[in-house]
Design a protein around this ligand. Sequence first.
Ligand SMILES: Nc1ncnc2c1ncn2[C@@H]1O[C@H](COP(=O)(O)OP(=O)(O)O)[C@@H](O)[C@H]1O
Ligand code: SF4
Ligand SMILES: [Mg+2]
Length: 366
Amino acid sequence: MTGATAGRDPAGRLAVEGRDPGRDERAAGREAASLLEVEGLTTVLHLPGGAARVVRNVSFEVASGETLGIVGESGCGKTMLALSLIGMAPHPPAGVVAGAARFRGDDLLALPVRALREVRGRDIGMIFQEPMTALNPLMTVGEQIAEVARRHLDLSPRAARGHSIEMLERVRVPDPDRRARSYPHELSGGMRQRAMIAAALVCDPAILIADEPTTALDVTIQSQILSLIADLQERLGMGVILITHDLGVIAETADRVMVMYAGRKVEEAPVAELFADPRHPYTRGLVESVPIVGRGRDLPLAEIAGTVPEAGEEPAGCAFASRCGRVEERCRREAPRFAERRGGPGSRGRRGWRGTACHNPWGGTA
Ligand SMILES: Nc1ncnc2c1ncn2[C@@H]1O[C@H](COP(=O)(O)OP(=O)(O)O)[C@@H](O)[C@H]1O
Ligand code: SF4
Ligand SMILES: [Mg+2]
């Protein structure tokens, strides 16, 4: 876990209530149709020991201007989910075997490679944890951004160069003209991250997928990058999928949260409800393992004992059973189904529902 960010108090405790209040008002007023509808996405990884389902029957929606946070410990399938959506899961060993991801009338999972490549970069931007995986070390950052602009926006080389400097300015890179002529290794981690965000946003994408965009950065830069993404989202009305293992990042940025465990969605709720009333024992474990404002400074932090199942380990019943304090006999036999119900007081509109996949959730079954 990281230190003080805008979603935290000076002691580093989470302050979900302390979020930009305008953000929640805007979210409540937003009844936009979904931009992306993912249904039953299942990705298999072919390992020497056999096929492992690393993303299992995952469904969710994202609307314009909305941020969906995806959270879960390392190894829960978050990155595989994101890569599967944009056709970038390493193939082999990975392959999408079921599901649909509807975006502007197309199913991304069924698009031919070329068409998907067009969508990627133009309509859907992706930023990764490690900018060096996305940036070419042999080209200046300006050239790389200009190349995306030339390819998707049909700009002349000169216009594309101008556009790349504008983009660096937009992500608040100081002295963008000079920085555009730098190679990735000549920039600091924070500047590289900004350059990658600039490249992802060149075409004003409708959707931005950010996979642990700030994990490698120190807390001050982390906070700056998150507020930068929020500002750009506000300006462009993007739908954002923000993937992280850090609940502090979720508290600060997300409107809704989806919790993943062992490749499955185990809980989804509006952000304030998830923190106030986590229903799945795994979510509760995650929430209790971070300090939260108002919960008493002196309470020892709980940890979730045990570890995430490895890819390929497919226990019968609930995958969390071996770590769960609320396990019942039924849990070991039967995998729980995801069940939705209305959200709590204050949850409004079409997106107010919440749901969980658990036989014995906190607060009782729906
Ligand atoms: N290239 C790979 N080869 C083998 N296993 C992999 C590979 N990539 C991911 N995995 C496994 O797939 C599962 C999901 O991984 P990942 O999507 O990276 O999780 P997360 O992003 O939540 O940390 C994990 O069990 C991980 O070990
Ligand atoms: S289904 Fe059972 S084992 Fe799984 S999280 Fe719920 S109570 Fe725990
Ligand atoms: Mg990951």
